[in-house]
Ligand binder design. Structure first.
Ligand SMILES: *Cc1c(COP(=O)(O)O)cnc(C)c1O
Length: 714
């Protein structure tokens, strides 16, 4: 027996720390305890344990002979949490006393903590997880949205409906941060439109902590109470106030907790006010002037920009800025004009709005885009900010995004990789040699594994389609038809992402007749699974979804082109793990990086994508398929037409033939060779361990080491 801890307490301990999210063995424990309930609670172990009475839990655990596995998981968690031999302990020990403070408007850690909308949040979540695995001292700062992003359903006309559900805080893996008096710790931020109060929640993500600010407090005005209700749901006033809370409130939360960061990492410009608050605080503490302190804060600040489109950057009118940041400005002893100048390209242009990206660029010595191509685009975009500097010398580099491998690789694929790359391969995931083991995998074994994953995906899609049909009140016959959607033997293409215009979700469906011929081609069928949300205000995005929904209902496409509602991390996992091909056709160069295709690589799906974002670096001619050859055109309609032609051409002449070219044993040898090439050439590069190590080595250590005398040392 291990200690006196009861089974139920061990399970609670496992549920309390999001470490379980990337432990397939722990997930299996929860599922085996009660598969139906596990699905019903949306894979939320906190709710799961609340709904199962302890006696019943103990009984189930004994019946299923799970006790020793629960013991084992509990011990493994404890070992993980106190590991002192991590990469970070050795290489980033300078950060131990003063960690990295990582700010992000959204964090995608798991579907049961709905405080993310898409790629930016999932990237931030993966960053925390890899920082934990690597042992890099880092603390996340974000916002607890009571309703998160919206839940999506489609009505009978295929029109997107949004619903907002209040999360029950008792069912989230969060804990109130309390002060020495045992009372909830609170921070406040003064502004011309009143004092904004917030409390702080803590989420444990392995060895990493995430702090979440929450303004739903009785001492706030009604509008401030609602400030943290929704992610990306408000107007400019809500938005700037959320950013005030995240940036200024975030720095105050750190201070309230006695944490002095050595590095500020701004994941996108939303949190750039953090730099101003740190300057203000330091000026107050040291009495030094703005210019000097600004220099020091910039030295310790790392900024990651994610937006390759000029219109996509947050910009606020001067009035809103003064209303919310006026008090901070006074603390900085800056005039209104000088303060506004921090957010303007042309400091003295009174017509220019205050841009968060400009502020972040002026206040950081380390700035980067999220792929090589995006680095180029960003340097070009921000050239006016660096007059007289040649484009290639503009101080914006790039660190290409990566994904947290253990979160995204399917358990069945993990077992296969364990057998061929050696147990413990994941701690060596960033080295090319690790992945050479893929060549020792038997073709049939890889194929079988993928068939199993595809069968799981098909089951998942069918049950979702049935539930969707039922919710819309469609006849029994439609529900029966949904039960038969998709064919295990057909080439399955996945497309799932936000329905932003530049992502061109409908591109492949543009010519339904042509597509119809391909889908039905004798012996070579193809099928599509679509998913994704449009922003509630984005009419055009909703029309795109409606267009797809209508196609899914045409007789010849029924069950062959399907739309799964309510795209989230759960849907994403099922899709990237189960499809044969991952399609991505953004209008180049507007996809800063994209990460879903990297998840597909880890599960043996082949990318079929425009040479944009990470794929422009990843594709080598042998490890997937390219749409186009990296062209762009000033006239979008021409670019769209060319890309469409290339897409259909490549699909018909390369993708489909290779998939259906079988040997006498029924295996597509050429296809499998490409899957192995994909693992071997890309998995070591496009993972979050590599990404976080790049940040540590190129930015964090320099930023932490560059601290000068004006910063308070402990
Ligand atoms: C990975 C992921 C994304 C990002 O995908 P892109 O390729 O950047 O579009 C978005 N949403 C969810 C739920 C994800 O898991």
């Amino acid at each position: 027996m291990v200690g006196q801890t009861r089974i139920v307490d061990k399970l609670r301990e496992l549920a309390r720390n999001l470490w379980w999210v990337w432990q397939p063995n722990v997930i299996a424990l929860f599922r085996e305890l009660d598969p139906t309930l596990w699905r019903e609670v949306d894979h939320n172990p906190v709710e799961f344990l609340k709904r199962l009475p302890p006696e019943q839990l103990e009984r189930r655990s004994a019946e299923m002979a799970l006790d020793s596995r629960i013991d084992y998981a509990f011990r493994r968690q404890a070992e993980y949490l106190k590991d002192t031999k991590s990469w970070g302990a050795i290489n980033a020990s300078i950060l131990r006393a003063r960690p990295v403070a990582y700010f992000s408007m959204e964090f995608g850690l798991h579907e049961s903590l709905p405080i993310y909308s898409g790629g930016l949040g999932v990237l931030a979540g993966d960053h925390l997880k890899s920082s934990s695995d690597l042992g890099i001292p880092l603390i996340g700062i974000g916002i607890l949205y009571a309703q998160g992003y919206f839940r999506q359903s489609l009505d009978k006309d295929g029109w997107q409906q949004e619903s907002y559900l209040n999360s029950d805080l008792d069912l989230l893996p969060i804990e109130a941060v309390t002060g020495p008096d045992g009372q909830p710790l609170k921070i406040s931020v003064e502004s011309a439109s009143g004092v904004l109060h917030a409390r702080i929640w803590r989420v444990e993500v392995g060895r990493t902590t995430l702090l979440l600010l929450d303004s739903n407090l009785p001492e706030n005005s009604e509008s401030d109470r609602a400030l943290t209700a929704r992610l990306y749901g408000g107007d400019a006033r809500v938005r700037i106030r959320q950013e005030l809370l995240l940036g200024v409130g975030g720095v105050r939360a750190l201070k309230a907790l006695g944490i002095t960061p050595a590095v500020l990492h701004l994941n996108e410009g939303h949190s750039a006010f953090a730099t101003l608050e740190l300057i203000r605080e330091t000026m107050e503490y040291t009495g030094l002037p703005f210019g000097e302190v600004m220099h020091d804060v910039a030295n310790m600040t790392v900024f990651t920009t994610h937006t390759p489109v000029a219109a996509g950057h947050d910009r606020f009118p001067a009035g809103l800025v003064e209303e919310n940041l006026g008090k901070v400005r006074e603390g900085l002893h800056l005039s209104f004009d000088d303060f506004m100048g921090l957010g303007r390209v042309n400091t003295h242009d009174h017509n220019e709005l205050f841009c968060m990206t400009v502020l972040a660029l002026k206040l950081s010595r380390h700035a980067n885009g999220v792929s090589s191509l995006h680095g180029v685009v960003s340097r070009r975009m921000w050239k006016p900010l660096f007059p007289g500097v040649a484009e290639e010398n503009i101080p914006i580099g790039h660190i290409t995004n990566g994904v947290h491998v253990e979160t995204w690789v399917a358990p069945q694929m993990t077992l296969l990789l364990d057998r061929h790359m050696g147990v413990g391969w994941s701690v060596r995931q960033r080295y090319p040699e690790t992945w050479e083991g893929i060549d020792t995998v038997d073709d049939a074994e890889l194929w079988e594994t993928q068939q199993v994953l595809k069968a799981r995906l098909i089951n998942f899609v069918r049950s979702r389609l049935v539930a969707q049909a039922r919710r819309r009140g469609e006849p029994e016959s439609a529900q029966r038809q949904a039960m038969e959607a998709l064919d295990l033997n057909a080439l399955t293409i996945g497309f799932a992402r936000r329905f932003a215009t530049y992502k061109r979700a409908g591109l492949v469906l543009q010519d339904a007749e042509r597509l119809g011929e391909m889908i039905e081609a004798a012996g070579r069928p193809i099928q599509f699974v679509f998913a994704g949300k449009a922003h509630p205000e984005d009419r055009f995005g909703k029309e795109l979804i409606q267009g797809i929904a209508r196609i899914t209902r045409q007789g010849k496409f029924a069950g062959k082109i399907v739309f799964v509602e309510d795209y989230d991390m759960n849907v994403a996992r099922s899709l990237v793990q189960g499809v044969d091909v991952w399609l991505n056709n953004p209008r180049r160069p507007q996809e800063a990086s994209g990460t879903s295709g990297q998840k597909a690589v880890l599960n043996g799906a082949l990318n079929f994508s425009v040479l944009d974002g990470w794929w422009a670096e990843g594709y080598d001619g042998t490890n997937g398929f390219a749409i186009g050859s990296g062209w762009t055109h000033a006239e979008p309609s021409i670019q769209d037409r060319r890309d469409y032609e290339s897409l259909i051409e490549t699909l018909a002449n390369q993708v489909v033939p290779l998939y259906y070219d079988r040997d006498t044993t029924g295996l597509p040898r050429g296809w499998i060779a490409r899957q192995k090439n994909a693992f071997r050439t890309m998995a070591w590069r496009f993972n979050a361990d590599r990404m976080v190590m790049d940040y540590a080595q190129r930015c964090y250590l320099a930023a932490a080491g560059g601290l000068s005398s004006s910063m308070p040392h402990n």
